[in-house]
Design a protein around this ligand. Sequence first.
Ligand code: FAD
Length: 473
Amino acid sequence: MVVVHENNAPHHVVIIGGGFGGLYTAKTLAKANVNVTLIDKRNFHLFQPLLYQVATGTLSPADISSPLRAVFRKSKNTKVLLGEVNDIDPEAQEVILGDRTIPYDTLVVATGANHSYYGHDNWRPLAPGLKTVEDAIEIRRRIFSAFEAAEKETDPELRRAWLTFVIVGAGPTGVELAGAISELAYKTLKEDFRNIDTSETKILLLQGGERILPHMAPQLSKVAKVSLQKLGVVTQTNTRVTNIENDIVTFKQGDKVQEIASKTILWAAGVKGSSIGQVLANRTGVECDRSGRVIVEPDLTIKGYKNIFVIGDLGNFSHQDGKPLPGVAPVAKQEGEYVAKLIQKRLQGQTLPQFRYNDVGSLAMIGKNLAVVDLSFIKLQGFLAWIFWLVVHIYFLIEFDTKLVVVFQWAWNYITRNRRSRLITGRETFEEAKTVTNDVSLTTLKKNSEVRIQESASMSRARVLHVKNQPAS
Ligand SMILES: Cc1cc2nc3c(=O)[nH]c(=O)nc-3n(C[C@H](O)[C@H](O)[C@H](O)COP(=O)(O)OP(=O)(O)OC[C@H]3O[C@@H](n4cnc5c(N)ncnc54)[C@H](O)[C@@H]3O)c2cc1C
């Protein structure tokens, strides 16, 4: 369907989401004879594959973020709008942003996915996932606060809990987090503390399926497992988490139920489509899969609406081999490019064959000099794979100055093993107070004042902690 406006105004493409899908749609349309409005609730594109390096103190948030206005500075047909879309009216062809409506001729929905706790949303604050800059800063705060708290802790059991890190989910993010925490504990921080030996840190990586990195070739999963073992990470497969409560993770492997006390539990398991998927389902009757992803047609439109495309992590495209494409950046990028080309073809009265994903393979970093790379024509491991991983990530970073900063940080980190971004910052400056034990009640929590913690009835000892004037940064 091609819309020609009476006043000859160009076709208006509205893109929701400036992640990989939306960004590459807009970039590919930059020279087309269309008007583009790119809407995002953030004013920057976030390079999520490197978020774990923010969470573990190697990079700063700005190193992996590109302001959308700067990216599209030279694209005169592209308008960037900051705002959160909360509704779509497909009959009126309008996108609704609070009390404002934006008309469209073609709509591209690329709002990505969020974490799924498989119905246990109460675990969310106890085991944060990694998706946004805020998540990364929160995880960084928890990791570095854990070492600080362990340094002060005199009770050996609690100290052990502080030095125990549990990661749920052994896809690339879980594996990369585990490797990076190991590097911190056994190398970077080793000489920085006086009361604790950071190499007593325990890192447990739990995986529901039968192998880690399940999307990779089995031999690479094995290599990754052995490499992690050498780094001090214990991996446990075929294991389901059944409860997270009071800093205790309960998990089940077959009939065996185990518990571990950990003050830092991180979630790198399931995903679910962003809420705009449900909005589309309610408004158009399109079907969503069990993970809330919108089922799309072979040309990435939704059933009955030739002018609405859903791409990236929010879409379920199962027209290639019957299975949905994975939620990875190259899928979102290629879908964005395809949609942009299809829109231009349609404006010329033509069309394109259905979308086809060109699988370029997958990679995961395990640690210094250690990665695994699974390409269709070659499998790499160890140092070569690590170099390949670095080059690919640098290549895909969006802005040139960001690439330089990241290269510099990596080189510095490689030589010194230092991590410059080890800042403990975050929403509650006095979170430390909560950290004294898992079973305390906070009687007062006020910034710039004293905080007192009282033990609950089940505690065996009284603990009082005073925190004064901690600067928020
Ligand atoms: C920690 C982590 C590590 C990863 N590592 C890799 C990796 O190594 N390799 C790889 O290929 N892939 C990796 N991925 C996956 C990859 O990042 C995603 O597949 C990709 O980002 C999907 O792109 P997208 O455009 O669909 O969504 P996103 O990139 O998530 O972008 C969605 C955008 O929509 C915006 N948005 C959402 N809702 C609204 C709304 N209502 N209104 C306005 N804007 C909205 C968001 O602010 C965001 O900018 C990783 C993901 C994570 C979280």
